[in-house]
Every structure is written in C-alpha cells, then in structure tokens.
Design a protein around this ligand. Structure first.
Ligand code: GLN
Length: 496
C-alpha cells in the first residue's frame, strides 16, 4: 500500500509522505495548503499556535509550486506548507517575537533559514507564537496569547517554540522552524509528542533571527518524524556570509544517515541526568528507550558529565547577560512600538516599561547586573569559565561514546498557570537542555512514550559538534522500530 492510500488526512501527512504524493500527482500543493488552512480554521480557536496566518500568500506560493512542478522543476520542499516561529524575520510580514514592543514591526528582509526554505519550494503558512523574545519554557510569556497543548488543552505546549510544536502536533503545519537557546526546540517537541532538532552552534545561519543569547541561539526543525527533520536541516544548514558565526563546513545529505542501523554504535548514559525530581514515568520511558536501542545492537555505556549541575546557573547568567545587550536596541525609535513621550529619555523609559513583559524585564535586570563593573568577574567571567568545564565534559564523553541519551524534559506537559508565577520552578524545566547550547553541540528530541495521563515523553540524544548525522541515525533507528511517533493528538473539534 502506498503512503497516500493509507487515508491519512492531508494535514497529518509527514513531509516525506506529502512529497511522494506530490511527485506521484496524487495531490497538488494547492490542495495540500487548502487542507492545512482548513485545519487551522477548525482548531486554531482552541490551540492558538499562530500569531498570524498568511493564507493568501500561502495559496499564491502553492499555485506557484504547482506551476513549477508541472514545468518539470524539482526542489527539495516544493509545495510543502510550513510554519515559522515569530522570532525569525519575514519580509513584509509583521514579526513581533511575542512582544508588545515589536507590535507593528514589518521587517524589510527575510531570515536566511526562512529564505532557504522558500528557495527550496516551501510554502509559508504564517508566524507561530513564542514566549516573548524566546524567554520561557511554556509559551505563557507571549504578550499576545497562550498556546495550548494539543494533547490536553489545559496544559502548556512547552516553550519557547510552543506555537511551532503545537502547530505540528495538531496538523496545522507539516513542519516548522523553532529556535533553541536553552532547549526551546527540544522541550516543546517533547511536550507535544513531535521531533525537535537543535543543530550544532554555527550549523544554521542566525541571520534574521532576532537575537536572544547570541552565543547560544540556533534555529532548528520541528517535525512529525526524524526523516522530516533531516529534510529540513538539509535545506537550512550551511555557511552564510551574512552570519560570521556560521560554519563553512559542507552540508552532507542528512537523509543518508538514516540507515536504520545502530549496531556497534556506543551510546552513553550520563548518571547525572537521572536526578531526584524527575517524573518517574519519564525516567522509566527513557531507560526503556535506551534498553531498546541496546536490543537493536547499540552498546550502552555509563558515562559521567560531572559539571551538569552547573549548567542551569551558568546558562541563567550568560543568556540574560547577552539578552540585556541584545535588547538595548528596542528604544521606541527604530522598531515597532513607541510610547510617544515628549522627550527622549521619557520615550525610552516608557516604551521599554510598557513594551516589555515581566520576564523580559527580569532578565534585562539580571543580565545588566551580571555585566556591571565590580560584578563582571564574579558572575559573567566566572560563568564563562564554568561553561568551558561543561564543554570539556562533553569533549571527554565523546571520546568514549558516539551519542549520549538522556531525558529532554524532567516532566511531561504541566498545567497552564502552574509555574508562571514561580520563575525558579519554570527555570528547572530546562535542567536537561541548556548544557547542549553552552557546549555548542547538537541534540534531538524524539517521542519515546506516554505517561499515565496520555501525555508524550521525549528522549533526548546529544551528539558532538557537527555530529548531526549520528543523532539523526540513532533517533531514526529508534523511531522506526517503535510506534510512538505515529500517535496523533485527539483534536479539539471534528477537524478533517
Ligand atoms: N527556557 C529557556 C529560557 O527561558 C530556554 C529558552 C530558549 O531556548 N529560547 O531561556
């Protein structure tokens, strides 16, 4: 039976299934895009994944994709409708970063990663909700709306790329881009039961990504399965002269790594990642996933990453420090919102006072404090030194093993409102994800089970810098020999 004969509703097709259907002529890009827009129409009231849907533009792009295909043109994502996190600038389409301070900002250019998707024939459906400036783990810090988890509407989708993850989980996009500064692609992917890949630092150009923590930020795909993640990475990865931190290394065909074979691969299990406070069902599912990989022929070795407990404090010094500098540009004059006060100082003060939400203000204050004269050495410099120790932990570990396995999030999706008034509790959700950003390595989250309430659990696989092929290979082999990724959330309406 071919993929299109399985009667999967069009919005629930994976990208590779849709590409096969388009190629065979079973469907057109216009039909596919219309079906996804209809799904958005049906469920968006309840899911709230998008800040804006660009339906007209999407249909025009779909018509163009069909025309190109008819003329015999081929491109890697020709006719595939995708969603973009609203921290990536898009020419002519309002980009707010989930913040009031950028309300009305229409960027004059498009981020490189997004432009590459468009060149590859993708169709852009719109911009997805995010925690303000990507600061948060639940998408509740958006100035505009709270996105809901498609698996349980009373729960958060994770964050900060919660809009993108919820959209993919609900069939409101075939795939999406998120960004990951300390876990924001992987954690929402885990909480929404989809795949999220954070590439190595420098693998994907950050040009046109509104900066949060410049030494940590990476753009990554959120998809239904691992093959789709590889397909998107193929397109967005690679050197960009417009981003001096993008790496010149050639981009392999990441789908070639999906051999289904893990025999002889060494998988490290870090003792420090199985700590008190982790939800027992999460730990059990991750341990079972590792045992499963062992049964497929991988060799599992205990390893130690002794500085793991320092990752959170180090991250929460470095990320706010960089953010405090990056956010200095929002002054009510150059971009978006302006309080319109009579003199310059009042305009700065009121614009920033009214335009930024509480979490962003907290981080600006923390970061400014950590960078101020007299405190710099004790906080920022010390954090950078410990960051080196964390990086060295991984370098040592990757001499012993090819890939490291761990949970993505210590818990499954929590309730809306549960942690929002307790910033420290929210921060603890990042305990397993920030290390990868501090070390600049790559990591992927792949579905590995459900808790007793039916909420998805994510397995995190970490690889060395530019080791995307290894983590994709292991994630794919795991996924293809399990059924977790095939389960779809029960949607809130009788959507087709
Ligand atoms: N939750 C982390 C934070 O709030 C990570 C966010 C992210 O990766 N963008 O900073």
């Amino acid at each position: 039976m071919t993929e299109s004969q399985t009667h999967t509703p069009l919005p629930d097709l994976t990208i590779h299934q849709a590409l096969a259907g388009l190629e065979r002529g079973d469907l057109t890009a216009v039909e596919l895009t219309q079906a996804v827009l209809a799904r958005i129409q049906a469920v968006e009231d309840q899911i709230q994944a998008y800040l804006r849907v660009t339906a007209e533009q999407a249909l025009a792009q779909a018509e163009e994709a069909d025309r190109r295909r008819q003329q015999g043109e081929r491109a890697p994502l020709l006719g595939i409708p995708l969603a973009i996190k609203d921290v990536l600038v898009t020419e002519g389409v309002e980009t707010t970063c989930g913040s009031k301070i950028l309300q009305g900002f229409i960027p004059p250019y498009t981020a490189t990663a997004v432009a590459r998707l468009e060149e590859a024939g993708a169709i852009l459906l719109g911009k997805t909700n995010t925690d303000e400036f990507a600061m948060g783990s639940s998408t509740e810090n958006s100035a505009y709306q709270t996105t809901r988890n498609p698996w349980d509407l009373e729960r958060v989708p994770g964050g900060s790329s919660g809009g993108s993850a919820a959209a993919v989980a609900a069939g409101e996009a075939l795939g999406a881009l998120g960004t990951d500064t300390g876990g924001s692609v992987r954690q929402p992917a885990a909480l929404c039961g989809v795949v999220g890949l954070k590439p190595s630092y420098g693998r994907v150009s950050r040009y046109g990504l509104v900066a949060y923590g410049s030494s940590l930020d990476q753009i990554g795909p959120i998809t239904q399965d691992v093959r789709d993640a590889a397909l998107l990475l193929n397109v967005i990865a690679g050197h960009d002269p417009l981003d001096g931190t993008s790496l010149p290394e050639p981009v392999p065909d990441y789908t070639a790594a999906l051999t289904g074979e893990v025999k002889g691969l060494r998988i490290g299990l870090p003792e420090e990642y199985f700590v008190a406070g982790i939800q027992p069902e999460v730990e059990a599912a991750v341990r079972a996933a590792v045992a499963h990989l062992e049964s497929l022929g991988a060799e599992v070795l205990p390893i130690s990453l002794p500085n793991t407990d320092k990752a959170l404090p180090v991250y929460y010094l470095i990320a706010p420090a960089e953010a405090s500098a990056n956010l200095a540009r929002y002054d009510g004059i150059r971009f978006g919102y302006s309080a319109g006060a009579e003199n310059l100082f009042d305009n700065y003060r009121l614009t920033r006072g009214q335009g930024f939400g509480p979490e962003v203000k907290r981080r600006i204050m923390l970061g400014t404090y950590a960078l101020s004269a007299g405190y710099y050495d004790a906080y920022y410099l010390k954090a950078q030194q410990v960051r080196t120790l964390i990086r060295e932990d991984f370098q040592r570990a990757f001499q012993q093993v090819d890939v490291i396995a761990a949970p993505t999030s210590p818990t499954t999706a929590f309730r809306i409102g549960e942690k929002i008034d307790d910033p420290l509790a929210m921060i603890l959700t990042d305990i397993f994800t920030t290390s990868a950003n501090l070390a600049g390595i790559c990591a992927i989250s792949v579905p590995c089970g459900f808790d007793s309430q039916g909420l998805p659990i994510g397995l995190q696989l970490l690889g060395p810098a530019l080791g995307e092929e290894a983590i994709l290979r292991v994630a794919h082999a795991y996924e293809q020999s399990t059924d977790w990724h095939k389960r779809r959330a029960q949607l809130p309406t009788s959507a087709s």
